[in-house]
Each structure stands twice: as C-alpha cells, then as structure tokens.
Design a protein around this ligand. Structure first.
Ligand code: NAD
Length: 292
C-alpha cells in the first residue's frame, strides 16, 4: 500500500513557497502577510493557529496573530476584520473556526474582503469555485488536491465517494473532484448523516474521502481492494496512557484499511499538514493578485 505521507508532500510545497518568497524579496518586494484571528482558548484552535503562524515563519511570510477573549462582541470582531480588510500590508485574513456561540459565523465570513479570503469560505469564493473560475479553494480540499498531485494519483473517470457535506470540507471537495481540472474528472457521490447503506456505496468507491468527524468510522470491510482512502478526520479521543491525556484519531481505521487500500493517508501526518500548505498557497496567490 502507498502511504500518502503529508509530511513529504507538504515539505515539497513548503520548499517551492520558500523559493517563491525569496524571489519576491530579491526583487525588493515586501513579504506576503497573513493575519490570523483567534477567539477564546479552544485547545485545538490554539494548536492549528500556532502551526499556521510557525509555517509562515518557516517560509519567510510575515504573520500577525490577533487574539480576543471568548466574550468579545460580534461588532468589535467585525470592526477588527474591517481594519484588516483595508490594511494594504495584509494579504490574507483567516478567522479560526469554530466561533463562540454568540457570534454569527456567516456574518464573520461575509465580512472578510473576498480578495483576502484565503480560507475560501466567502460566498464569492464558493461561487467562483462552483463556476470553475480562479478562486481561493478552501484550504483542506486544496490540501487534498495537492496530496493527490504530489503522489500523481489518477482520478479521471474514477468513482469518488465523499463522506460529509460540510461547507469547509465535504461539499467543496465534491465540487473539485467532479470538476474538469487536473486531479478532478471523477464521478462523485456525496454521502451524509442521512445516507442509508453507506457501506454499499463506499464499497463501489475507487476514492474515499472521509470527512465526518467520527473516529475510525471507515473500517476495512467498507473499502474496495486497491481504493485510495483520504482521511480528513481529526478528533481528540481521551487516553490516560497518552502524555497529553488524549490521542488524535482520524475517521479511518488505518490498521484495517491499510490491508485493503491501494493508497491511504495517515492521521496525524496526512491531510492536516496539507491544509496548512493549501492555506499558504492561497496567501501567496492573494499577495500576487494584489501586487501584480
Ligand atoms: P462537520 O461536523 O461540519 O460535518 C460532518 C459531516 O459528516 C456532516 O455533513 C454529516 O452529515 C456527515 N456525517 C456525520 N455522521 C455521518 C455518518 N454516520 N455517515 C455519513 N455521514 C455522516 O465536520 P467538518 O468540519 O467537515 O469536519 C469533519 C472532520 O474533519 C472533523 O473530524 C474535523 O475535525 C476534521 N477536519 C480536519 C481538517 C484538517 O485539516 N485535516 C480540516 C477541517 C476539518
């Protein structure tokens, strides 16, 4: 079985971004600049944002971390986003999700300048994705496309089954895989919590994208011999024997699935790393658009 190692693939994206950033600096231009907004102190969100800030430093981007307490008023958050929208030195803005319950996710996403929407969640970005226009692809589906590209996997004419229909993973993933683009051109089935007989469908899949947030849900007997299995899930599962008191689990039972799959991505060390790579490619694209 081919291990779709996100460490190797994201390292390759990282190296190309380092070269492109050095070229900008050599031309006397400023560095691309990502602003990350973090609200509250959710452990997973803290980890994700810290990884993004670290990656920026490693590739030569500037980053700004804006932090707010959990009880920040929506109005105050929107005012800060507006300030970032109009700051000429900021190329990309990301607001780490999930947000506290009293803040409307839609209002926040809609308030980001679409030209700086490096997470690709704004309706303008989504609309452009659906129409096959140049856009910011949401970072996780973008990272998965980069993973498929790195390992040169054939997708054309294949049956892809996407489990999960969220706006940030499942739905954009289904659009990309069905689009007439490199590493697309699949026939796509999108499954969700109301899909009966899921196993019957996954057994027909040449490619499975598991993005449902249920640890080790996809078992070996749900996978066709030789299929490509991409695990998007990240769930913290309590484990007293682990140093941190929890372990990160994917949506795929890797031990079982690796015995039947032709290729599979691990968790950790798979899609999570590629997501950051996708975000950084979007940030560079935003910079290039704004500084032609
Ligand atoms: P979500 O909760 O928004 O959506 C889950 C989807 O799964 C829903 O559409 C639901 O209908 C479907 N679903 C739930 N139970 C199901 C079942 N039994 N059968 C079929 N479908 C079912 O989740 P999300 O934000 O898309 O995230 C999914 C997982 O991916 C989570 O574990 C999340 O932490 C992880 N994630 C990872 C990354 C990354 O960078 N690797 C990025 C985003 C999300």
């Amino acid at each position: 079985m081919l291990l779709l190692d996100g460490k190797i693939a994201s390292q390759s994206v990282k190296e190309s971004l380092i070269i492109e950033t050095k070229e900008l600096i050599a031309k006397g231009k400023r560095k691309p600049h990502l602003a990350a907004v973090l609200i509250g102190n959710n452990g997973a969100s803290e980890t994700y944002v810290a990884s993004k800030v670290k990656f920026c430093g490693e590739i030569g981007f500037t980053s700004t971390l804006v932090r707010f307490e959990n009880n920040i008023a929506e109005k105050e958050l929107l005012a800060k986003i507006e300030e970032l929208n109009t700051d000429d030195k900021i190329d990309g803005i990301l607001v780490q999700l999930p947000l506290p319950k009293h803040i409307s996710e839609a209002n926040v996403i809609n308030s980001i300048n679409p030209d700086k929407d490096v997470d690709g969640f704004h309706p303008v970005s989504v609309g452009r994705l659906v129409q096959g226009l140049d856009t910011f692809i949401p970072a996780t589906p973008y990272g998965i496309m980069l993973l498929l590209e790195h390992f040169q996997l054939t997708t054309k004419g294949k049956h892809a089954v996407v489990i999960g229909r969220s706006n940030i993973v499942g739905r954009p993933m289904s659009i990309l895989l069905s689009s007439n683009i490199p590493y697309g051109n699949c026939t796509v089935t999108i499954c969700h919590s109301h899909t009966p007989d899921l196993k019957e469908i996954t057994l027909q899949a040449d490619i499975i994208i598991a993005a449902l947030g249920r640890p080790e849900f996809v078992k070996g007997d749900m996978v066709k011999e030789g299929a490509i299995v991409i695990d998007v899930g990240i769930t913290r599962v309590d484990d007293a024997s682990a140093a941190k008191g929890y372990r990160i689990k994917g949506d795929v039972d890797f031990k079982e699935v690796s015995k039947v799959a032709g290729a599979a991505s691990p968790v950790p060390g798979g899609v999570g790393l590629m997501t950051i790579a996708g975000l950084m490619k979007n940030t560079l694209a935003a910079y290039n658009r704004r500084n032609p």
